[in-house]
Ligand binder design. Structure first.
Ligand code: GDP
Length: 383
């Protein structure tokens, strides 16, 4: 295992005696933990916490631990992209949708009245916007029967709005049943959906709010996933716990929880594999991670955030359902809302899963993450 210290840890360590090299400040990791490195902390700010010998591990990261340029994957953050402050709004993220299916909806109802053909076209337009066929039919039927004095468009808007469950106002906070223990956030979803980028965005956001955040690289299935998270950790100056590729993800989580308890961290954000050989393996792995959390921090219920790529439409929805059945999702991070003209997927998700969308990704920069508020979303969509 290796441990990348963040700036706050270094500050906290000042005045506190450092662990001798090779000594572990935490209970021993489970036997299947595969250490990556174990050298004393180099000046670069990386602290190893596991026993063993760096040279013996044979890891290419065992000396410096920071990924070199060659190790940084193509999706690594760009220079200067370390700001957690929101740099985009939900309205920015919905520009394409407004110009797309919403512009068509405005066109249909422009006259203020609607005949049979107009309602039918409205239904097709909602389907084209990824609301889903069945839901679009329901929404239009209900909107029609409202006989809304404000007109057909207002009726559709009201019907769409009532599909979105209320979320608490203000910035999202992870569940933290016991304030003396860290909150744990498992981030799940299929590769390529924006999982790592979203983890970085959420971590940066929480850190900016004053939380001590630890990242856990538990997608050990792909070496690139570990490297990508390392690159973000370095850029955001956040601590990271990682093992080498192929290690048991639950062992990574176990070590990250230990590190979080030892360091008084507020939140552990866990990256998980997006794909294994079979869906069964993937779901088993997630279940094992949950058992590890139960064992190490009894009573700590993790948040399980599913990362859904808005551009994948109904396919993404099918994935979300599978993950929800297997892991019990507590929130959705809807990414790439800026890249789709079909923002209606939000209504389909809420209807199908009843799990709130908590964040919307509206760009590639670390600040391009918006706390999802249903009223603002609908307002921006119909603006
Ligand atoms: P992962 O494989 O699921 O971890 O996906 P990554 O985090 O590597 O993201 C895949 C690609 O999607 C990268 O090019 C990201 O920059 C991009 N991406 C992630 N979130 C967003 C978003 O909200 N908007 C846009 N436009 N791109 C995003």
């Amino acid at each position: 295992m290796f441990w990348r210290r963040g700036r706050r840890d270094q500050a906290a360590d000042e005045g506190r005696q450092e662990q001798p090299a090779g000594a572990s400040p935490q209970p021993a990791a489970p036997p299947d933990a595969a250490p990556v490195a174990s050298s004393a902390p180099p000046p670069g700010g990386t602290l190893d916490t596991s026993p063993g010998d760096a040279a013996a591990s044979g890891s290419p990261r065992s000396a410096g631990l920071e990924p070199g340029p060659a190790a940084v994957p193509s999706t690594a953050p760009a220079q200067g992209d370390g700001q957690a402050e929101p740099s985009a709004t939900i309205a920015d993220g919905l520009q394409a949708s407004r110009r797309g299916f919403m512009a068509r909806l405005h066109g249909i109802f422009r006259g203020g009245a609607a005949d049979e053909a107009a309602w039918e076209e409205a239904e097709e337009t909602l389907i084209a916007g990824d609301v889903g066929a069945r839901l679009a039919m329901d929404v239009v039927a209900r909107a029609r029967s409202r006989r809304d004095p404000a007109g057909p468009e207002a009726a559709v808007r009201a019907e769409l709005e009532r599909l979105l469950p209320a979320v608490p106002p203000g910035p999202w906070r992870p569940l933290r049943p016991d304030p003396s223990l860290p909150a744990v956030v498992l981030v799940v979803g299929v590769n390529g959906t924006g999982k790592t980028t979203s983890i970085a965005k959420i971590a940066a956001r929480l850190a900016a709010q004053g939380d001590r955040v630890i990242l856990a690289a538990a997608d050990t299935f792909r070496a690139a996933a570990i490297e990508q998270l390392e690159a973000w950790a370095a850029r955001l100056d956040l601590p990271l716990v990682a093992h080498k590729a192929g290690a048991d993800p639950s062992a990574v989580v176990f070590d990250a929880l230990d590190a979080a308890v030892a360091r008084g961290a507020d939140v552990v954000i866990v990256d998980t594999a997006g794909r294994l050989h079979t869906r069964h393996n993937l779901m088993e792995e997630l279940a094992k991670i949950r058992r590890t959390i139960d064992k190490r921090l009894p009573g700590v219920t993790p948040e399980v955030l599913f990362v859904l790529d808005a551009t994948t439409g109904q396919n993404g929805l099918a994935q979300a359902k599978a993950f929800h059945e297997a892991t019990g999702l507590t929130g959705i991070v809807l990414t790439k809302l800026d890249s789709t003209a079909k923002g209606g997927i939000v209504f389909a998700i809420e209807q199908a899963l009843g799990v709130p969308v908590v964040f919307a990704g509206v760009g590639e920069r670390v600040g391009d993450l918006v706390d999802f508020q249903p009223a603002s979303f609908v307002e921006a969509l119909f603006a």
